[in-house]
Design a protein around this ligand. Structure first.
Ligand SMILES: [Zn+2]
Length: 244
């Protein structure tokens, strides 16, 4: 049997066997899902698949001589949403702390704990219908997981770009606490003025207080860097949405 994988998926194959077309010994009893994963590609990363040119699902059992093709997931990738839900919710594994703060900055509902083990992550993803983002391929192979995605890139900038390009989610910048993911409620500057240092009071504008942890957020000198992240994120989602 031969399996041809899309270029975007080659990164999952072991370096020594990173070829577009792999010859795979098969007795005709293995499922397509199993064969694809045995190449190294986590199933949540596999897009539409065909056997002999015909669309096929992971439970298909291709013949020993079959020609299989595996595409990458479509971008933007649709995520099932509940009524009233405007953007996917996410949960991130323990290594993606910086990414989680950036996703919250642009208003994405992003759960993150720095001490959550793999089974707990899968439980939270399934119970709260959150897309699990990770760079751990083993985690993406867990059968029970309802929706997972591998995050490309080692720098948080690249990782955010990848997530936005993949899901093109509706953004609501400056509406979420970057520390705890709580929603921000508007707050009058006069209300909290007394708690601010004089320098802060002069040069910052308050824009919200976290309903969860009480943290107050303001925009000012420090905002430059964050404004840039938000601006780029908005532009990227617009581009990804147009591409749809
Ligand atoms: Zn908070």
């Amino acid at each position: 049997m031969t399996i041809r994988v899309a270029d975007e998926l080659l990164m999952f194959l072991p370096a020594a066997r990173r070829e577009r077309v792999s010859r795979v010994p098969s007795d005709g009893t293995s499922t397509l899902g199993h064969l694809v994963e045995s190449l190294g590609v986590p199933l949540p990363e596999a897009g539409p698949m065909t056997v002999g040119g015909e669309p096929a699902g992971p439970s298909t059992r291709p013949d020993a001589g079959a020609e299989v093709r595996v595409a990458a997931v479509p971008r933007p990738q649709p995520v099932p949403l509940e009524p009233g839900q405007v953007a996917p919710r996410f949960v991130l594994d323990v290594h993606l702390g910086t990414l989680s703060r950036r996703m919250r900055l642009v208003g994405l509902d992003t759960a993150y704990h720095n001490d959550m083990d793999d089974p707990a992550l899968v439980v939270q993803a399934n119970e709260e219908r959150r897309v699990l983002l990770t760079q751990d391929r083993g985690l993406l192979r867990r059968r029970a997981l309802w929706f997972g995605a591998y995050v490309r890139g080692s720098r948080p900038d690249d990782q955010l770009r990848d997530v936005l390009d993949r899901f093109a989610p509706v953004l609501r910048p400056w509406t979420r606490c970057t520390a705890c993911n709580g929603e921000l409620v508007p707050v009058d500057k006069r209300e909290i003025e007394r708690d601010l240092e004089a320098g802060t009071r002069r040069s910052y504008d308050v824009y919200g207080r976290c309903a969860g942890c009480g943290q107050v957020y303001w925009r000012g000198a420090h905002g430059g860097h964050l404004e840039k992240i938000v601006h780029e994120a908005t532009r990227l989602v617009e581009a990804a949405t147009v591409a749809k």
